[in-house]
Design a binder for this molecule. Structure first.
Ligand code: GDP
Length: 304
């Protein structure tokens, strides 16, 4: 069976680890909205989280970066008076140096990502949804700022009024991503921040249509348990775009793109309404605390 998996960062990484354990081969289509330039380097946090996780090199406690990495280069940059609010580990920097150099040579992000996958021994394909510029900007009461500036530099504190995907009109999908979606027997929406991880992927012209054309079954895992997100700013982001922060609202955001949504038993009320609105709702524990949880949910996603 061919699986195509839409993924963001930390929440998605847990399910990817489970899928790696039980499914083996699949194609990840990654968000790029959190990519940005830092210290002269092009950084792609969600892509790297997927690649490191599938390579078995991830720091699973933090949810980003490489296990056992050190931060000496960043310390030296701070000593030189640079702002170092975005953590980049010493070994992690090698990825950004490699990617930036390949970009300078004229290679595209998708090609560079597959080179990184190959060199790190990743068996699955990881494809950015677009090679073009697409950046998630958060409108706050003090003005617009890049997602990383909002979440990392300002620790997610500013009030959020809106969210925009800069470049969405011109961003073309990576052809391999469209093909993977079209031929997939199953398309999986990872538990991810809907506003900053999944919607930016869907904002790329042609991605929604490819999912719509696919005859495969489309299964989403809710990132919400109880009355809010498991972690991160998804609640604030959902409210900023005018919806509530619960599984029902997530299912409405994905709408007819998904056939089935896996929600936590704590949200059986939501599940009933989701069903009534025409999307199958499967109740199953969706909190992933360890590899056992991750593998069990991955199996559920493959069979639901
Ligand atoms: P980000 O780029 O780090 O924000 O990563 P994602 O968008 O992939 O993941 C963040 C989302 O994953 C948040 O909305 C969390 O609520 C959700 N999440 C984190 N851990 C879990 C989990 O164990 N289970 C489920 N269902 N969702 C989770």
């Amino acid at each position: 069976l061919r699986f195509a998996v839409l993924a963001g960062g930390t929440g998605s990484a847990k399910l990817l680890r489970g899928l790696k354990a039980v499914a083996g081969e699949f194609t990840v289509i990654s968000n790029v909205g959190d990519n940005f330039w830092r210290h002269g380097l092009f950084v792609a946090p969600d892509l790297d989280t997927a690649v490191y996780t599938l390579a078995g090199l991830e720091d699973s406690l933090r949810g980003w970066g490489l296990r056992g990495d050190t931060f000496n280069a960043l310390g030296q940059l701070a000593r030189m008076g640079e702002e170092t609010w975005f953590n980049l580990g010493d070994r992690d920097l090698a990825t950004h140096i490699f990617r930036t150099e390949q970009l300078a040579r004229g290679r595209r992000l998708a090609e560079i990502t597959s080179m990184i996958c190959e060199r790190l021994g990743v068996k699955q394909r990881v494809i950015p949804c677009t090679d073009d510029r697409l950046e998630t900007y958060v409108t706050t009461s003090t003005g617009p700022m890049h997602l990383q500036e909002f979440w990392v530099k300002n620790r997610g504190e500013p009030d959020v009024i809106g969210v925009e995907y800069r470049g969405e009109d011109g961003a073309k999908p990576v052809r391999a991503a469209v093909e993977a979606l079209e031929v997939a027997d199953r398309i999986v929406f990872c538990p991810a921040n809907p506003v900053t991880s999944i919607l930016p992927i869907l904002a790329v012209n042609g991605i929604r249509q490819a999912i719509g054309r696919s005859r495969g079954r489309k299964v989403a895992v809710s990132p919400m348990v109880g009355r809010g997100p498991v972690s991160g700013p998804a609640g604030k982001m959902m409210r900023a775009i005018g919806v509530e922060a619960n599984s029902l609202a997530v299912s409405r955001l994905y709408g007819r793109l998904v056939d089935c949504m896996i929600v936590d038993p704590a949200d059986s009320q939501d599940a009933k309404v989701i069903e009534r609105e025409g999307i199958e709702a499967v109740e199953s524990p969706i909190l992933m605390r360890n590899l056992g949880d991750e593998a069990r949910l991955a199996r559920e996603v493959m069979t639901a």
